[in-house]
Design a protein around this ligand. Structure first.
Ligand code: PLP
Length: 384
């Protein structure tokens, strides 16, 4: 595949996923868990589905190409993928995580820090000085998330991954909110690019999955051993659905990004809104970095409302088109209150440190018409 091709072409054709046996333009869904040896000492290409499976391979090949890596490993959820990264470490190692991070990832790091590893949290959007201040001689992993969930902080992947490489630590970024189209972490020097494919890649709120993509073949081999040992693999049917989603990702994500941008502007101009967190806005503290590092600014918009503590509840209950639900990234627009939903597993102190305080609402913009989303928000804001 040549570099000149556009993102839509790349999404449709990445990985050459035709079914070689039949010419099917989509691969077959190979539900088989085990594959026949031609003879006792002759191994087949696939042996056992926990290790590899033709349908999962097709999806992994496609995402590897979009991410510009050498190998992708698909897992049964985003959290299974993230947890596999921690399995690369040795007890006693130090991990630096982001202060503002998806609640489930915070919980993963918090529990990992109870006896197994040392964990500290840094406002990574403050760049290398903040990371250097937290560095210890046993720092072996820097876990990043950009844009961060839910406050849309942007982390400088190039600067932080350089610091990691120079000091002997792995760099891993949860790139879920960026999507493989807006940011290419591996090209910026990051060792591991992680996605919850539950979100934009599968894209229809009907698949749970996660991926790790790497450039380095030794690292791929170590992660492969972890996945084979821990067993949290993406199932064949879900692999097929994820591949189907990936083929339309560009169309969906472009619309979602442009809807988010319109929604952010409308909210910023509204008297009942105190502050909007969206990196596409000129006054976002890392707008320039987002502009440099990303192609587009994401489809999550979070904002603080004026008013009493019940303002978010009044807004959410008044929304019609936006569904109140966990998760993000699907074709339908969703609205949530992070302290009770996506970030409920964070301790109140950690939420305060992250800035997840007060009347914060998070929107995941879908592919509906922008005008309809704005109309819905404006009528709901009237009722706050
Ligand atoms: C940024 C981010 N990373 C990781 C996850 C976890 O992914 P999964 O739910 O697929 O395990 C989520 C889930 O909401 C998320 O928002």
């Amino acid at each position: 595949m040549t570099k000149k091709q556009g993102n839509s072409t790349r999404c449709v054709h990445a990985g050459d996923t035709h079914d070689a046996a039949t010419g099917g333009v989509m691969p077959a869904i190979h539900q088989s868990t085990t594959f026949a040896y031609p003879a006792m000492r002759e191994k087949p290409e696939h042996i056992y589905t926990r290790e590899s499976n033709p349908t999962r391979d097709a999806f992994e090949r496609a995402l590897t190409e979009l991410e510009g890596g050498s190998r992708t490993l698909a897992f049964a959820s985003g959290m299974a993928a993230s947890t596999a990264v921690l399995e690369l470490l040795t007890p006693g190692d130090h991990i630096i995580g982001p202060a503002n991070v998806y609640g489930g990832s915070f919980n993963m790091l918090r529990v990992a820090g109870e006896g197994r590893f040392e964990v500290s949290y840094v406002h990574q959007n403050e760049g290398p000085p903040a990371l250097r201040a937290a560095w210890r001689k046993n720092t072996r992993l820097v876990w990043m998330e950009t844009p961060s969930n839910p406050l849309m902080h942007i982390t400088d992947l190039k600067a932080l991954s350089e610091l990691c490489a120079a000091n002997g630590a792995l760099s891993c970024v949860d790139s879920t909110l960026a999507t493989p189209l807006a940011t290419r972490p591996l090209a910026l020097g990051v060792d591991i690019s992680m996605h919850s494919i539950t979100k934009y890649i599968a894209g229809h709120s009907d698949v749970l999955g996660g991926t790790l993509t790497v450039s380095d073949s030794d690292l791929a081999g170590r992660l492969m051993q972890v996945r084979n040992r821990t067993g949290g693999v993406l199932a064949p049917l879900d692999s097929y659905l994820a591949l189907r989603g990936l083929k339309t990702m560009e169309l969906r994500v472009r619309r979602q990004f442009s809807n988010a941008s319109r929604v952010a502007e409308e909210l910023q101009a509204h008297g009942k809104v105190a502050q909007v967190h969206y990196p596409g806005l000129a006054d976002h503290p890392q707008h320039a970095l987002a502009d440099k590092q990303m192609d587009g600014f994401g489809a999550i918009v979070s904002f603080h409302l004026h008013g009493d503590e019940n303002a978010p509840e009044r807004l959410l209950n008044a929304l019609d088109l936006f569904t109140i639900a966990e998760s993000l990234g699907g074709v339908e627009s969703l609205a949530g209150f992070p302290p009770l939903m996506s970030h409920a597993t964070m301790t109140p102190e950690a939420r305060r440190a992250a800035g997840i305080t007060g009347n914060l609402v998070r929107l995941s913009c879908g592919i509906e018409d922008a005008a309809d989303l704005v109309t819905d928000l404006l009528q709901a804001l009237e009722q706050v």
